[in-house]
Design a protein. Sequence first.
Lengths: 261, 213
Amino acid sequence: MESAPAELSGSNLSPLIHRDKEGVLLKRAPDVDAQIHDALVLAPAALLKWAEKEAQDPEFLKDEALVFLIRAFHKSGNKDITNQLSEILIRRWTPFIYSKFNGFVDADDAFCAVIKILFTHILFRDNGRGDFLQVKFGLHLKRIIMSVFRTHRDKNEKELSTFTFSDLSNEEDEDTDWDESIGSEELSPEDSVFIDEAIDVLTGDLQEVYILRRKYDFQIESIDPNEPTLSKYFGKTPRTIRNWLNQADEILKKWQGENHE
Amino acid sequence: MNKPSGPELLDEILDAYFAAAQIPNREVLREWIKKYPQYERELTDFTFAWIQMEEASSANHGKPDIDHLVLKAMSTVQNLYNDNESEKTSSPINNNSIEKLVAEADVQGFSQDQFAAQLKLSVNLLWKFDRHLIQYSSIPVELIEKVAGVLHRGLQIVAEYFQKQPTLALNASYKAKRQPQVSEPTNFFDEVRSDTDLSNEDRAYWLAFEPPN
C-alpha cells in the first residue's frame, strides 16, 4: 500500500496531544466542546457579542473555548477577530494577573511576560503543554504566573521585604519562650484577621517566617526528614528561628497595644 | 519516548505538584518531598515563593489602570502574531467552501483510502459525511481540527461543511411509488461503534472523545 503523502500529516491544526501523568490524553470538557461547535458556525459579530458576556452570565463563553477559537482564527489568517478575541481574554484576566505582582517595581514587565508566555502557549502549544489551556485554563495560567513571579522576585526582593536578612538577630544564646503550639491548631477567624493585618506591620524574613509558622503551620524543626521546616529553609538553627518569631511577637504586641486598645 | 530527566522532570513535577496542591500548604508539600526527596529544596522554594505571591496579592497597592495594561498586553501579542506570520505563509489556508470530502481528497491527488487513514476513519464514514448523515453536534472538535489541518482549511469552513443538510445518495435508483426520504442524521459515536470497516485502533481513538452520558 502506498504511504500517505508527507504534506497530509503537516497539519496546521491538530487535536490535543498532551497526556497527563497517568498517560491519559487530555480532553476538553464536553461543555467546552459544545461551545466550540456553536461558536464555529456563528457570524463574527455574534461571536464577539457572546465572548463579551460577563462571567456571571449563564451563557458565558468559557476561557478554554476562547483559547481554542483564538488559535483557530489566527491559523485561518483572520486578524480582526483574532485580535478582538485576544483582547477579550486579556481584559478578563488582567486584574488577576497584575494583582500577583502587586508593588513590584517592574510589575508591568512581569505582567507582559505572563501575557507573552500565555499567548505563545495558545499559538504554538509549546510541544503540547499549551493543551492545558484548553482543558484547565485557570490552573495553567496560575502556573505561568508562578514561573514569572519566581523570575522577577529577586529583582523585587526589596519591595517584597524591606526587613533584610542581615537585620535579623542571629544570636544563638538568647533565651526563648516561643510557644511551639502556636500555629499547630486551626486558626480562629479573629486570629486570621490579626495575621492578615500583621502582614503589613512585619517586613522581610521576619514577616515571612511569621506567616509560614502562624498561617501555614510550618514547623520550626522536626525529626522527620520529609518535614519541610523553617530551620532547613532559612538555613538557620531552630533557636535562631525561635528568636525571630519572638522578635515578631514583640513587634506585633507593641503594634496591637497601640492600635487595638 | 524518552523519559524526562533533570530540569525537564523537575518542571513536570512542579506542574503536577501545583495542580495537586491547588493552594500552597504544608501537608501536600510534605507528601511530595516524600515522593521526590531529591527535589526537597526545589519543592520547598517553589512553595514558599507561591505563599509569597499569594500574600503579596492580598496587600493593597491601589487600583491598576486596566485599559493601559490591556494596551501593553495587546502590543506584546501583536508582536507574537507578526512573528508567526512567516509560518502561516508557508502553508496558506484555502478559504473556499468544501463540497465533498471525497472530492477534496481526489483534487489533492490522494486516494480515498489514504485520506480516510489520515483522518482515522473508514471510507464508508467519509461517504456518510459527504451525504451529511452525521449530526454536527456529535462530531468531535478533534475531527473538525483534523480535517481542517489535512485540507489546509479554516475551522469555520469545515464546520460549515459538517452542518449541511442531509442529501440522498447520488446515482441511487428508487423504484417505490413514494418519494424517497432522506435519513435522519445519526450520532458520530454510534457510527464509529457499528462501522465494521474501522480498525479497532481507530475505533478506540475516536471513542475516547465520546462525552460521558
